[in-house]
Ligand binder design. Sequence first.
Ligand code: SF4
Length: 355
Amino acid sequence: MKPFLDVRDLTVHFPIRKGVLRRVVGAVRAVDGVSFAISKGETLGLVGESGCGKTTAGRSILRLVEPTGGSVHLDGIDLRSLSGRSLRSMRRRMQIVFQDPYGSLNPRLTVRSLLEEGLVIHRMGDAAARAERMRRALDRTGMPAAALDRYPHEFSGGQRQRIAIARALVLEPEFVVLDEPISALDVSIQAQVINLLADLRRDLGLTYLFISHDLSVVEYLSDRVAVMYLGRIVETATAGQLYATPLHPYTIALFSAVPTVDPAKRRSRIVLPGDVPSPARPPAGCRFHPRCPIAEAACREVDPPEVSLDGHRVHCHVAARELDACGGDERRASARMTSLVAATQNAGREGHRQP
Ligand code: SF4
């Protein structure tokens, strides 16, 4: 089946300029060859530490940040080839919900003006039809129609995010980028907004790219999950596969930090050494090698190719070898990878204890 969103080799490089003449002396490789596809009605979670490029990737798909390379097709339409009116009309079909409902809603505009702006730009109906659309969008997000004549500051954070979601919905989009939509909200409200997003997806058949650093929330909302590190995707799988059988050492380390009440799922915490390297000077070979507990000599030189098994894709030399050694049994390979990473970590701790 043809994917609804097809992203291939997407790159976003920001030039580094220096000197009086502002010469380009390098580039920050925020997104550096990212590929994934999303089917209609599906949710792909995009996870990784802050600064890994996930937000830039999401925004560049919508052309809010201009990509420097690669291709993006939505419903078969090449988004990078569009400009002017054709890009504007395509924008109606793809919307974004930003992280911060305090910053993303103009405090000087009423909710009516905020919601109506897009409808006017896209010439969607007369005043009466627009009012009806706005009321419907608010109703879908659990907000009363009376909110239309109030200002954003009159609402709580959760209500503001509902208004931001209504602003996206009022244009009847098919694809929505959710850029950390709950991370600025109180924990008590996060679950309500996540349930709302899940209901909207079911009722309206929406397709989501859900960007988050919160792995437990991503698992709940996503059908598949892609893990990003330093501008690249290192592992992709269904949410079930990834959470039960992570293969990449970075994914294993991320999951080890997720709190769980289930003792059977509890993993010993793996602390990665060092910081994420600068995307202006990504390491050669595997980009994760300076922090990888099980890096080998080859990892410093050779960029690991993608290995795919039943839709579970991973970029790691050792994971590829373990999968091979386990005859393609990803459960066993994941267990072996997890114990390899944990053993190296424990050995490191023991070493530190020695005088
Ligand atoms: Fe670690 Fe090497 Fe795998 Fe990269 S390729 S994640 S450095 S083991």
